[in-house]
Ligand binder design. Sequence first.
Ligand code: DSN
Length: 427
Amino acid sequence: MTAPRFFGPEFSELEAADPEIAGVLTDELDRLRGGLQLIASENLTSPAVLAAQGSVLTNKYAEGYPGARYYGGCDVVDRAENLAIERAKALFGADHVNVQPHSGANANLAVYAAFAKPGDAILAMSLPHGGHLTHGSKVSFSGRWFTAIPYHVHRDTELIDYDEVRELALVHRPRIIVAGATAYSREIDFAAFRAIADEVDAILWVDAAHFIGLVAGQAIPSPIPYADVISATTHKVLRGPRGGMLMCREEHARAIDKAVFPFSQGGPLMHAIAAKAVAFREAHSEDFRRYAAQVVENAQSMTTALVESGMRAVSGGTDTHLALLDLSHLGVDGRTAEGRCAAAGITLNKNAIPFDPAPPAVASGIRVGSAATTTQGFDAADSAVVGTLVARAVQAEAGTAAGDRELDSIRGEVAALVGRKPAYPRA
Ligand code: DSN
Protein backbone atom coordinates (compact mmCIF):
# COMPACT_ATOMS: atom_id res chain seq x y z
CA MET A 1 0.00 0.00 0.00
CA THR A 2 1.21 3.53 -0.74
CA ALA A 3 1.98 5.42 2.44
CA PRO A 4 -0.94 7.72 3.27
CA ARG A 5 0.21 11.34 3.21
CA PHE A 6 1.63 12.39 6.61
CA PHE A 7 3.21 9.00 7.16
CA GLY A 8 6.89 8.84 6.23
CA PRO A 9 8.36 6.39 3.71
CA GLU A 10 9.05 4.00 6.60
CA PHE A 11 5.32 3.32 6.71
CA SER A 12 5.55 0.54 4.13
CA GLU A 13 8.18 -1.14 6.34
CA LEU A 14 5.87 -0.91 9.32
CA GLU A 15 3.03 -2.33 7.31
CA ALA A 16 5.16 -5.30 6.29
CA ALA A 17 6.56 -5.86 9.79
CA ASP A 18 3.45 -5.16 11.85
CA PRO A 19 0.20 -4.78 9.93
CA GLU A 20 -1.82 -4.53 13.14
CA ILE A 21 -0.01 -1.43 14.35
CA ALA A 22 0.08 -0.03 10.79
CA GLY A 23 -3.68 -0.42 10.84
CA VAL A 24 -3.92 1.52 14.10
CA LEU A 25 -2.04 4.42 12.49
CA THR A 26 -4.21 4.51 9.39
CA ASP A 27 -7.41 4.14 11.42
CA GLU A 28 -6.39 7.03 13.67
CA LEU A 29 -5.61 9.19 10.65
CA ASP A 30 -9.06 8.32 9.27
CA ARG A 31 -10.63 9.17 12.63
CA LEU A 32 -8.91 12.56 12.69
CA ARG A 33 -9.96 13.24 9.12
CA GLY A 34 -13.51 12.01 9.51
CA GLY A 35 -14.79 13.98 12.50
CA LEU A 36 -14.58 17.16 14.54
CA GLN A 37 -11.82 17.21 17.15
CA LEU A 38 -12.96 19.53 19.94
CA ILE A 39 -10.95 18.24 22.89
CA ALA A 40 -9.45 21.46 24.21
CA SER A 41 -6.07 19.93 25.02
CA GLU A 42 -5.48 18.43 21.57
CA ASN A 43 -4.24 19.74 18.25
CA LEU A 44 -2.91 18.50 14.90
CA THR A 45 0.87 18.76 14.62
CA SER A 46 2.59 19.64 11.37
CA PRO A 47 4.26 17.08 9.08
CA ALA A 48 7.62 18.61 10.09
CA VAL A 49 6.94 17.95 13.79
CA LEU A 50 5.81 14.41 12.99
CA ALA A 51 8.97 13.79 10.96
CA ALA A 52 11.27 14.95 13.75
CA GLN A 53 9.38 12.91 16.32
CA GLY A 54 9.39 9.71 14.27
CA SER A 55 13.14 9.80 13.71
CA VAL A 56 16.44 8.09 14.53
CA LEU A 57 16.91 10.49 17.43
CA THR A 58 14.78 8.08 19.46
CA ASN A 59 17.87 5.83 19.66
CA LYS A 60 20.13 8.09 21.67
CA TYR A 61 20.69 8.02 25.39
CA ALA A 62 21.64 11.53 26.48
CA GLU A 63 21.26 11.70 30.25
CA GLY A 64 22.43 15.09 31.41
CA TYR A 65 22.32 18.37 29.52
CA PRO A 66 24.01 19.63 26.33
CA GLY A 67 27.79 19.64 26.80
CA ALA A 68 27.51 17.65 30.05
CA ARG A 69 26.14 14.21 29.22
CA TYR A 70 26.78 10.87 30.85
CA TYR A 71 27.23 9.08 27.50
CA GLY A 72 29.39 9.61 24.46
CA GLY A 73 28.08 10.38 21.01
CA CYS A 74 25.78 13.19 22.09
CA ASP A 75 27.26 15.98 19.98
CA VAL A 76 24.53 15.67 17.36
CA VAL A 77 21.56 15.48 19.72
CA ASP A 78 23.08 18.34 21.75
CA ARG A 79 22.43 20.51 18.70
CA ALA A 80 18.74 19.62 18.79
CA GLU A 81 18.40 20.39 22.50
CA ASN A 82 20.35 23.66 22.22
CA LEU A 83 18.15 24.75 19.31
CA ALA A 84 15.01 23.88 21.27
CA ILE A 85 16.23 25.86 24.29
CA GLU A 86 17.35 28.91 22.31
CA ARG A 87 14.17 28.97 20.24
CA ALA A 88 11.96 28.72 23.32
CA LYS A 89 13.91 31.48 25.04
CA ALA A 90 13.48 33.73 22.01
CA LEU A 91 9.80 32.84 21.59
CA PHE A 92 8.81 33.46 25.20
CA GLY A 93 11.52 35.85 26.43
CA ALA A 94 12.40 33.38 29.20
CA ASP A 95 15.67 33.49 31.19
CA HIS A 96 15.99 29.71 31.39
CA VAL A 97 14.27 26.82 29.61
CA ASN A 98 14.29 23.07 30.23
CA VAL A 99 12.83 21.07 27.35
CA GLN A 100 13.30 17.60 28.82
CA PRO A 101 10.04 16.92 30.74
CA HIS A 102 8.30 13.98 29.09
CA SER A 103 4.86 15.44 29.82
CA GLY A 104 3.03 18.21 31.63
CA ALA A 105 2.65 16.02 34.72
CA ASN A 106 6.41 15.32 34.72
CA ALA A 107 7.14 19.04 34.40
CA ASN A 108 4.85 19.66 37.37
CA LEU A 109 6.55 16.96 39.44
CA ALA A 110 9.85 18.74 38.80
CA VAL A 111 8.41 22.05 40.06
CA TYR A 112 7.47 20.42 43.37
CA ALA A 113 10.90 18.79 43.57
CA ALA A 114 12.65 22.10 42.92
CA PHE A 115 10.76 24.21 45.42
CA ALA A 116 8.97 22.15 48.06
CA LYS A 117 9.54 19.45 50.66
CA PRO A 118 6.99 16.72 51.42
CA GLY A 119 4.32 18.12 53.69
CA ASP A 120 4.67 21.73 52.51
CA ALA A 121 1.47 23.65 51.82
CA ILE A 122 0.60 24.29 48.16
CA LEU A 123 -2.21 26.67 47.21
CA ALA A 124 -3.80 25.72 43.89
CA MET A 125 -7.11 25.74 42.05
CA SER A 126 -9.57 23.07 43.12
CA LEU A 127 -9.81 20.24 40.58
CA PRO A 128 -13.63 20.40 40.28
CA HIS A 129 -13.34 24.14 39.66
CA GLY A 130 -10.95 23.69 36.75
CA GLY A 131 -7.58 22.77 38.30
CA HIS A 132 -5.42 19.77 37.44
CA LEU A 133 -4.77 16.40 39.09
CA THR A 134 -1.17 17.43 39.77
CA HIS A 135 -2.32 20.55 41.62
CA GLY A 136 -3.05 18.63 44.80
CA SER A 137 -5.57 15.90 44.03
CA LYS A 138 -5.43 13.04 46.52
CA VAL A 139 -5.17 10.52 43.68
CA SER A 140 -1.91 12.11 42.47
CA PHE A 141 1.52 12.39 44.09
CA SER A 142 0.75 16.07 44.60
CA GLY A 143 -2.08 15.50 47.06
CA ARG A 144 -0.38 12.53 48.71
CA TRP A 145 2.99 14.18 49.35
CA PHE A 146 2.00 17.82 49.88
CA THR A 147 -0.65 19.66 51.86
CA ALA A 148 -2.91 20.93 49.14
CA ILE A 149 -5.08 23.97 49.89
CA PRO A 150 -7.67 24.47 47.14
CA TYR A 151 -8.96 27.85 46.01
CA HIS A 152 -12.12 28.22 43.97
CA VAL A 153 -14.02 30.32 41.49
CA HIS A 154 -16.59 32.76 42.81
CA ARG A 155 -20.08 31.25 42.91
CA ASP A 156 -21.69 34.21 41.10
CA THR A 157 -19.10 35.16 38.50
CA GLU A 158 -17.40 31.78 38.11
CA LEU A 159 -14.13 33.73 37.89
CA ILE A 160 -11.16 32.96 40.17
CA ASP A 161 -11.94 34.35 43.60
CA TYR A 162 -8.76 36.37 44.15
CA ASP A 163 -9.97 37.49 47.59
CA GLU A 164 -10.21 33.86 48.64
CA VAL A 165 -6.76 33.13 47.17
CA ARG A 166 -5.29 35.94 49.28
CA GLU A 167 -7.16 34.93 52.46
CA LEU A 168 -6.02 31.30 52.11
CA ALA A 169 -2.47 32.41 51.38
CA LEU A 170 -2.38 34.57 54.52
CA VAL A 171 -3.74 31.73 56.68
CA HIS A 172 -1.71 28.83 55.27
CA ARG A 173 1.52 30.58 54.14
CA PRO A 174 1.97 28.13 51.23
CA ARG A 175 5.40 27.35 49.85
CA ILE A 176 4.00 27.49 46.31
CA ILE A 177 1.00 29.25 44.79
CA VAL A 178 -0.20 27.75 41.50
CA ALA A 179 -1.95 29.77 38.81
CA GLY A 180 -3.24 27.70 35.91
CA ALA A 181 -6.06 25.32 35.07
CA THR A 182 -7.42 22.82 32.61
CA ALA A 183 -11.02 23.95 32.43
CA TYR A 184 -10.98 27.71 33.00
CA SER A 185 -11.81 29.78 29.96
CA ARG A 186 -10.80 33.23 31.18
CA GLU A 187 -7.54 35.15 31.26
CA ILE A 188 -5.75 34.76 34.58
CA ASP A 189 -4.64 37.89 36.46
CA PHE A 190 -0.95 37.01 36.88
CA ALA A 191 -0.20 40.38 38.51
CA ALA A 192 -2.77 39.64 41.24
CA PHE A 193 -1.20 36.23 41.87
CA ARG A 194 2.29 37.81 41.96
CA ALA A 195 1.17 40.34 44.56
CA ILE A 196 -0.31 37.59 46.76
CA ALA A 197 2.80 35.42 46.39
CA ASP A 198 5.03 38.35 47.36
CA GLU A 199 2.88 39.10 50.39
CA VAL A 200 3.41 35.58 51.80
CA ASP A 201 6.86 34.97 50.31
CA ALA A 202 5.67 32.05 48.16
CA ILE A 203 6.96 30.78 44.84
CA LEU A 204 4.56 31.72 42.03
CA TRP A 205 4.22 28.79 39.65
CA VAL A 206 2.14 29.31 36.52
CA ASP A 207 0.95 26.06 34.99
CA ALA A 208 0.49 27.29 31.43
CA ALA A 209 -0.06 23.84 29.92
CA HIS A 210 -3.31 24.82 28.29
CA PHE A 211 -2.66 28.34 27.13
CA ILE A 212 1.10 28.49 26.43
CA GLY A 213 0.36 28.38 22.68
CA LEU A 214 -1.82 31.47 23.00
CA VAL A 215 1.07 33.16 24.82
CA ALA A 216 3.45 32.12 22.02
CA GLY A 217 1.03 33.59 19.49
CA GLN A 218 0.58 36.76 21.58
CA ALA A 219 -3.17 36.24 21.76
CA ILE A 220 -3.20 36.55 25.57
CA PRO A 221 -0.79 38.18 28.05
CA SER A 222 2.38 36.34 29.04
CA PRO A 223 3.00 35.11 32.58
CA ILE A 224 6.78 35.42 32.06
CA PRO A 225 7.16 38.80 33.83
CA TYR A 226 5.31 37.51 36.91
CA ALA A 227 6.12 33.85 37.48
CA ASP A 228 9.10 32.30 39.25
CA VAL A 229 8.52 29.18 37.21
CA ILE A 230 6.22 28.18 34.36
CA SER A 231 5.37 24.61 33.42
CA ALA A 232 3.77 23.88 30.07
CA THR A 233 2.92 21.24 27.55
CA THR A 234 4.01 21.46 23.95
CA HIS A 235 1.12 19.62 22.31
CA LYS A 236 -1.96 21.74 22.99
CA VAL A 237 -2.49 25.11 21.27
CA LEU A 238 1.30 25.27 20.80
CA ARG A 239 0.88 22.43 18.28
CA GLY A 240 4.13 20.61 18.97
CA PRO A 241 4.84 17.02 19.93
CA ARG A 242 3.32 15.47 23.05
CA GLY A 243 5.58 16.63 25.87
CA GLY A 244 6.38 19.12 28.60
CA MET A 245 8.71 22.04 29.26
CA LEU A 246 9.73 24.38 32.06
CA MET A 247 10.76 28.03 32.06
CA CYS A 248 12.10 29.94 35.04
CA ARG A 249 14.01 32.91 36.28
CA GLU A 250 17.77 32.48 36.09
CA GLU A 251 18.09 32.19 39.88
CA HIS A 252 16.04 28.96 39.79
CA ALA A 253 17.73 27.41 36.74
CA ARG A 254 19.94 24.97 38.63
CA ALA A 255 17.16 23.80 40.94
CA ILE A 256 14.81 23.21 38.00
CA ASP A 257 17.39 21.34 35.92
CA LYS A 258 18.34 19.09 38.84
CA ALA A 259 14.67 18.43 39.59
CA VAL A 260 14.16 17.11 36.05
CA PHE A 261 17.42 15.17 35.78
CA PRO A 262 18.60 13.34 37.81
CA PHE A 263 15.77 13.69 40.35
CA SER A 264 12.67 12.70 38.40
CA GLN A 265 13.67 11.58 34.90
CA GLY A 266 16.35 9.52 33.22
CA GLY A 267 17.27 9.76 29.55
CA PRO A 268 15.52 12.59 27.71
CA LEU A 269 13.46 11.80 24.61
CA MET A 270 15.72 13.40 22.03
CA HIS A 271 13.30 12.78 19.16
CA ALA A 272 10.61 14.64 21.11
CA ILE A 273 13.04 17.44 21.96
CA ALA A 274 13.90 17.84 18.27
CA ALA A 275 10.19 17.99 17.49
CA LYS A 276 9.74 20.63 20.22
CA ALA A 277 12.46 22.68 18.51
CA VAL A 278 10.54 22.45 15.23
CA ALA A 279 7.32 23.55 16.94
CA PHE A 280 9.01 26.55 18.61
CA ARG A 281 10.33 27.64 15.22
CA GLU A 282 6.87 27.28 13.67
CA ALA A 283 5.31 29.23 16.54
CA HIS A 284 7.75 32.13 16.17
CA SER A 285 6.03 33.48 13.08
CA GLU A 286 3.37 35.85 11.88
CA ASP A 287 1.40 32.82 10.64
CA PHE A 288 1.26 31.37 14.14
CA ARG A 289 0.23 34.74 15.62
CA ARG A 290 -2.67 34.82 13.14
CA TYR A 291 -3.48 31.22 14.11
CA ALA A 292 -3.55 32.00 17.84
CA ALA A 293 -5.84 35.01 17.33
CA GLN A 294 -8.13 32.87 15.16
CA VAL A 295 -8.21 30.13 17.83
CA VAL A 296 -9.66 32.63 20.30
CA GLU A 297 -12.09 34.11 17.77
CA ASN A 298 -13.26 30.61 16.84
CA ALA A 299 -13.73 29.56 20.47
CA GLN A 300 -15.83 32.68 21.02
CA SER A 301 -17.90 32.12 17.91
CA MET A 302 -18.52 28.46 18.80
CA THR A 303 -19.46 29.46 22.36
CA THR A 304 -21.91 32.09 21.17
CA ALA A 305 -23.61 29.51 18.96
CA LEU A 306 -23.78 27.03 21.84
CA VAL A 307 -25.32 29.64 24.12
CA GLU A 308 -27.82 30.66 21.44
CA SER A 309 -28.74 26.98 21.21
CA GLY A 310 -29.64 26.80 24.89
CA MET A 311 -26.45 25.97 26.78
CA ARG A 312 -24.96 28.13 29.52
CA ALA A 313 -21.33 29.18 29.17
CA VAL A 314 -19.60 28.95 32.54
CA SER A 315 -18.35 32.46 33.45
CA GLY A 316 -20.39 33.80 30.53
CA GLY A 317 -17.91 33.04 27.74
CA THR A 318 -14.27 32.64 26.88
CA ASP A 319 -11.06 34.65 26.37
CA THR A 320 -9.09 31.60 25.29
CA HIS A 321 -9.18 28.44 23.19
CA LEU A 322 -11.72 26.61 25.34
CA ALA A 323 -15.19 26.94 26.78
CA LEU A 324 -17.01 25.09 29.51
CA LEU A 325 -20.75 24.61 28.96
CA ASP A 326 -23.29 23.85 31.64
CA LEU A 327 -26.00 21.50 30.35
CA SER A 328 -28.02 21.18 33.54
CA HIS A 329 -31.07 23.08 32.40
CA LEU A 330 -31.19 21.04 29.16
CA GLY A 331 -31.74 17.93 31.26
CA VAL A 332 -28.69 16.21 29.72
CA ASP A 333 -25.61 15.23 31.72
CA GLY A 334 -22.05 15.55 30.44
CA ARG A 335 -21.50 11.81 29.99
CA THR A 336 -24.63 11.45 27.88
CA ALA A 337 -23.72 14.53 25.86
CA GLU A 338 -20.23 13.18 25.18
CA GLY A 339 -21.72 9.90 23.93
CA ARG A 340 -24.26 11.60 21.68
CA CYS A 341 -21.58 13.84 20.18
CA ALA A 342 -19.36 10.80 19.56
CA ALA A 343 -22.24 9.16 17.69
CA ALA A 344 -22.41 12.28 15.51
CA GLY A 345 -18.66 12.29 14.72
CA ILE A 346 -17.80 15.00 17.26
CA THR A 347 -15.08 14.27 19.82
CA LEU A 348 -15.24 16.30 23.02
CA ASN A 349 -15.20 15.57 26.73
CA LYS A 350 -17.66 15.70 29.59
CA ASN A 351 -16.45 18.06 32.28
CA ALA A 352 -17.37 19.02 35.80
CA ILE A 353 -18.64 22.57 36.17
CA PRO A 354 -17.94 24.63 39.30
CA PHE A 355 -20.14 23.52 42.24
CA ASP A 356 -21.23 20.53 40.14
CA PRO A 357 -23.82 18.38 41.95
CA ALA A 358 -23.06 15.42 39.64
CA PRO A 359 -20.13 13.04 40.22
CA PRO A 360 -17.09 13.58 37.95
CA ALA A 361 -17.79 10.42 35.92
CA VAL A 362 -21.17 11.89 34.95
CA ALA A 363 -20.59 15.69 35.21
CA SER A 364 -23.00 18.46 34.31
CA GLY A 365 -20.96 20.00 31.54
CA ILE A 366 -18.89 19.59 28.43
CA ARG A 367 -15.61 21.25 27.48
CA VAL A 368 -14.90 22.31 23.90
CA GLY A 369 -11.80 23.74 22.28
CA SER A 370 -10.92 25.31 18.94
CA ALA A 371 -7.20 24.52 18.52
CA ALA A 372 -7.52 21.56 16.14
CA THR A 373 -10.34 22.90 13.98
CA THR A 374 -8.46 26.19 13.61
CA THR A 375 -5.40 24.26 12.43
CA GLN A 376 -7.70 22.77 9.76
CA GLY A 377 -8.52 26.30 8.61
CA PHE A 378 -11.90 26.80 10.23
CA ASP A 379 -12.97 30.43 10.57
CA ALA A 380 -15.50 32.09 12.86
CA ALA A 381 -18.44 31.20 10.58
CA ASP A 382 -17.38 27.52 10.45
CA SER A 383 -17.01 27.57 14.22
CA ALA A 384 -20.54 28.87 14.66
CA VAL A 385 -21.74 25.93 12.56
CA VAL A 386 -19.69 23.61 14.79
CA GLY A 387 -21.45 25.10 17.82
CA THR A 388 -24.89 24.42 16.37
CA LEU A 389 -23.92 20.85 15.41
CA VAL A 390 -22.70 20.18 18.96
CA ALA A 391 -25.86 21.65 20.45
CA ARG A 392 -28.07 19.55 18.18
CA ALA A 393 -26.11 16.38 18.96
CA VAL A 394 -26.30 16.98 22.71
CA GLN A 395 -30.09 17.29 22.48
CA ALA A 396 -30.66 14.35 20.12
CA GLU A 397 -32.04 11.50 22.19
CA ALA A 398 -29.93 8.53 21.14
CA GLY A 399 -31.86 5.26 21.17
CA THR A 400 -35.09 6.81 19.89
CA ALA A 401 -35.88 6.70 16.16
CA ALA A 402 -35.97 10.49 15.88
CA GLY A 403 -32.81 10.94 17.95
CA ASP A 404 -30.85 8.39 15.95
CA ARG A 405 -32.01 9.94 12.67
CA GLU A 406 -30.87 13.34 13.92
CA LEU A 407 -27.46 11.97 14.98
CA ASP A 408 -27.03 10.34 11.55
CA SER A 409 -27.94 13.58 9.89
CA ILE A 410 -25.46 15.55 12.05
CA ARG A 411 -22.79 12.97 11.27
CA GLY A 412 -23.36 13.65 7.57
CA GLU A 413 -23.09 17.41 8.11
CA VAL A 414 -19.89 16.92 10.13
CA ALA A 415 -18.43 14.80 7.32
CA ALA A 416 -19.29 17.50 4.78
CA LEU A 417 -17.74 20.22 6.95
CA VAL A 418 -14.47 18.39 7.61
CA GLY A 419 -14.40 17.29 3.98
CA ARG A 420 -14.19 20.96 2.96
CA LYS A 421 -11.40 21.76 5.45
CA PRO A 422 -9.82 18.43 6.30
CA ALA A 423 -7.29 17.52 8.94
CA TYR A 424 -4.10 16.33 7.25
CA PRO A 425 -5.35 16.93 3.70
CA ARG A 426 -4.57 14.21 1.17
CA ALA A 427 -3.26 16.49 -1.55
N1 DSN B 1 -5.55 15.99 30.03
C1 DSN B 1 -5.33 17.42 29.91
C2 DSN B 1 -6.58 18.12 29.54
O1 DSN B 1 -7.37 17.56 28.80
O2 DSN B 1 -6.78 19.25 29.93
C3 DSN B 1 -4.72 18.00 31.12
O3 DSN B 1 -3.71 17.19 31.58
